[in-house]
Design a protein around this ligand. Structure first.
Ligand SMILES: [Zn+2]
Length: 631
């Protein structure tokens, strides 16, 4: 058997493990249920990938983030390790194929979204696989007290029942102590070994400033720190706005949010990665898979939703260990209005029911139907049609998504339809003359036999897969064929795609999940209070407040946050007042009023310093209330 170290070098080309990785790997290999609480960028995936390569069998990885799964699978494939991902939006026959591949094709990793475990037949098939380890990424999703609860995660404990001897590895970057305990219980972990890295990021200074003109402050910060920066905002509109404003101030800025096409995302991300743009203005869609270690400042110009997100986003600064800043700018109206606005957009049960029924009507889904139906979706259009408030509706949809009732991918998607304009024998003639286009065209003809007769919706990623090409290659061929008037081809852009994971059952559907809605709303309010407390508490080190939130005790202040630097200012000020007083008292004994007249500072400041000087026996007070140097 190869050692963990050799595997790491062979596949990942790393010489050594990062902190705790080796300990976690050993624990898993020894067969323990293991809990790894590692910060973002701490190399969580290595903890299950390395042991899997050391043993026979497949590692089952459960992850809620489709983009992240795809990323990891691509990464493993690049290292010539066989891995696949079963995400939403894959049809039954395909899943059967993929799972068969898994069983007989020497695969090492099977990534699965938790919603997939909801289908009993998939669960049954998984039970037949030679599973070596089970890794649960983003394990906080199993906890109702986590910041991203997904009920589908509760199903994971069934795997535990079926694979009692297989070690489970729960991984997360952020969890409060209450969440850690909850995760262990909900997953059914036994005698768990917990490995936890401190949440402290010594090189990051947390700065919270109340400012009226945020843009002006951003400008100052970026001028002072001309290195790579990320500005986090709450919505897509602000992304574009702030990026444009910064450009007009002469900064090289770009932006990133979930509504951009993959191409635009890649382009903008690349601009920033290559440092052609100093700043990227982004929503929290930006984050996964970012591997840039020299980010100097992360700025929040709007209040983060919760401290978990804030901590993770802040943590993208200073990965190289150099001094970095996480700056949060707010003004009074933010703090006051946010709460009001925030509460008004939390959907209640009644709204959720109405919205769900209208959603089904909107897509013409009849009662008892709709399972596995996919639709492209434009939020604004839907809201206008039924006169729903946008944000509240969005939250309600997010809730249904989280509950697994629908899968809403906010990825910008393209709905593509096409039809051949030439006779089928002409198509065959074309392919024989253009061999390199043959595979894609054949894949289309085989998948969509009606494509000669009528406009047919086609699935680009499926065709890409069947023909062994990339989606971009398929698209560019279709464009070429359109130019040559061989096909008619239309692509339509959408905000999002909605997949229905259950049949429509109106009240039945919503009643089942409404208890979670109340808890969610309560949790969201608690989280907002924590954020408000974090910005408003003015007598505590910010780093301490962050660590406190995650249940970590500290004895000392960080010395670099916005609170600590004002304290330093006070100390030096006090020192200089003390010096002035002492030199005055060298010439004569004086009352506090006489001292104040000469130094011209606030009476209370002077009295504080006098008290300190008395306590430290530098001065004494005489019977006539005059201070004098201690002889
Ligand atoms: Zn501090």
């Amino acid at each position: 058997m190869q050692e963990a170290q050799d595997i790491l070098l062979k596949y990942w080309k790393h010489e050594s493990f990062r902190p705790l990785q080796k300990e976690i790997i050993d624990s898993v290999l020894e067969g323990h249920d293991t809990f790894a609480l590692l910060p973002t960028g701490g190399g969580k995936s290595i903890c299950f990938q390395v042991p899997t390569m050391m043993r026979e069998g497949i590692c089952l990885v459960i992850s809620p983030l489709i983009a992240l799964m795809k990323d990891q699978v691509a990464n493993l494939q690049k290292r010539e390790i066989k891995a696949i991902a079963l995400t939403g939006g894959i049809h039954t026959e395909e899943i059967i194929d993929l799972l068969d591949n898994c069983q007989f094709g020497n695969y090492k990793f099977l990534y699965l979204s938790p919603e997939r475990l909801q289908s009993d037949w998939i669960l049954e098939r998984i039970k037949n696989l030679p599973i070596s380890f089970i890794a649960i990424d983003e394990a906080h999703c199993v906890s109702q007290w986590g910041h991203d609860f997904r009920p589908a995660y509760l199903k994971i404990s069934e795997l535990k029942k079926h694979f009692p001897k297989i070690p489970f590895l729960a991984l997360t970057a952020t969890a409060t102590p209450r969440v850690v305990e909850d995760i262990k219980t909900e997953l059914g972990l036994k005698d768990t070994k917990l490995f936890q890295q401190s949440f402290e990021r010594k090189n990051i200074a947390y700065m919270v400033f109340e400012v009226e003109d945020k843009l002006y402050r951003v400008e100052q910060i970026l001028k002072k720190n001309p290195q790579p920066s990320i500005i986090y905002v709450r919505n897509r509109k602000s992304c574009l706005n702030i990026s444009t404003q910064l450009q007009s101030l002469g900064f090289r800025a770009t932006y990133y949010h979930g509504g951009l096409s993959t191409k635009e995302k890649d382009k903008n991300m690349q601009l920033w990665m290559s440092e052609q743009a100093q700043v990227i203005v982004a929503t929290n869609a930006f984050g996964m898979g970012i591997d840039k270690d020299n980010v100097k400042t992360v700025i929040h110009t709007q209040l983060p939703e919760n401290l978990e997100n804030y901590y993770q986003e802040s943590g993208r600064a200073g990965r190289n260990g150099e001094k970095a800043f996480s700056v949060l700018l707010y003004n009074n109206s933010d703090a006051n209005q946010t709460e009001q606005q925030f509460l008004s957009i939390l959907p209640d049960k009644k709204f959720l029911k109405t919205m769900y029924v209208k959603l089904c009507n909107y897509f013409q889904i009849a009662y008892g139907e709709g399972l596995d139906d996919t639709f492209s979706f434009k939020l604004n259009h839907f809201c206008n049609k039924y006169d729903f408030p946008t944000l509240k509706t969005y939250n309600a949809l997010q809730f249904l998504n989280q509950q697994g009732i629908i899968t809403m991918s906010q990825e910008f998607s393209e709905k593509v339809t096409m039809q051949f304009l030439i006779e089928s024998k002409e198509v065959i003639r074309y392919t024989s003359l253009n061999q390199k286009d043959e595979e894609i065209i054949l894949a289309i003809l085989r998948t969509y036999p009606g494509v000669h007769e009528m406009k047919t919706p086609i699935n680009l990623s499926l065709i890409a897969k069947k023909s062994n090409h990339t989606e971009e290659q398929v698209t560019s061929l279709l464009e070429k064929l359109r130019e040559k008037e061989i096909i008619e081809y239309k692509s339509k852009n959408n905000d999002a795609t909605i997949l229905f994971n259950e049949v429509r059952e109106d009240d039945l559907t919503i009643n089942r999940v409404s208890k979670y809605l109340e808890k969610q709303n309560q949790l969201k309010q608690e989280q907002l209070s924590s954020v408000l407390y974090y910005i408003k508490e003015s007598k505590t080190c910010k780093n301490r407040l962050v660590l406190d939130y995650f249940g970590e005790e500290t004895n000392s202040n960080c010395g670099v946050c916005s609170y600590c630097i004002t304290q330093k200012g006070k100390i030096t000020e006090a020192d200089s007042i003390a010096d002035k007083i002492l030199s005055l008292l060298k010439t004569a004994s004086l009352t506090s009023r006489e001292i104040q007249n000469q130094i011209k500072l606030d009476a209370s400041d002077i009295i504080l310093v006098l008290q300190e000087l008395l306590e430290n026996n530098h001065i004494v007070i005489l019977a006539n209330n005059k201070y004098t140097l201690k002889s």
